[in-house]
Ligand binder design. Sequence first.
Ligand SMILES: *[C@@H]1O[C@H](CO)[C@@H](O)[C@H](O)[C@H]1NC(C)=O
Ligand SMILES: *[C@@H]1O[C@H](CO)[C@@H](O)[C@H](O)[C@H]1NC(C)=O
Length: 190
Amino acid sequence: MAISFSTFLSSTLLFFLFSSLTTAKTQRFARVISPSSLGLDQPQKLTHLHFFFHDVVGGRNQTAERVAASPATNKSPTMFGAVVMMDDPLTLRPDAASTLVGRAQGIYASASRTELGLLMAMNFAFTQGKYNGSSLAVLGRNTVESTVREMPVVGGSGLFRFARGYAQAKTHSFGMLEAIVEYNVYVFHY
Ligand SMILES: *[C@@H]1O[C@H](CO)[C@@H](O)[C@H](O)[C@H]1NC(C)=O
Ligand SMILES: *[C@@H]1O[C@H](CO)[C@@H](O)[C@H](O)[C@H]1NC(C)=O
């Protein structure tokens, strides 16, 4: 009887010790705070961004290059499996020499066997004015032959913290070496 009571006592003590340690760890790792402590009690803003994206796949000023492919990519009518890494300039006007507002950095990959359908995973890294240093993260599907393609904006940094919205892409011109795409981006952020 005495043995089982002391066993009960020590396991109870162990339980309390363990659960208080767990609670302490949880509190240090994450806690609920008020939105106003981050200035998030303000109404959200809706921002429209408009710029031109230059995807240069060859020549001296190449900004995008294929980094991977499947053995069947070159036989595929849609280049299925091709993965391209880009660091594409974003400019104010279609002219590549117009004001640089940022860069589209990331990956596009051919994800459809039956049409030109790209998986886009990229960040718009802005460098212009008050947006310098802020970014938007885009993850979506880009069927490049459609007139207008829409991709979700899944987040952002800097001025675009907590951003969500969408980007619409429309091909402005398409050549052997360079595609110029007009982007209209709409984001809610604080
Ligand atoms: C490369 O970019 C420079 C500067 O924008 C431009 O003057 C030149 O014509 C471009 N070269 C090619 C081959 O497009
Ligand atoms: C953007 O910020 C970087 C780092 O602070 C700075 O070096 C650069 O000159 C800025 N660019 C513009 C266009 O203001």
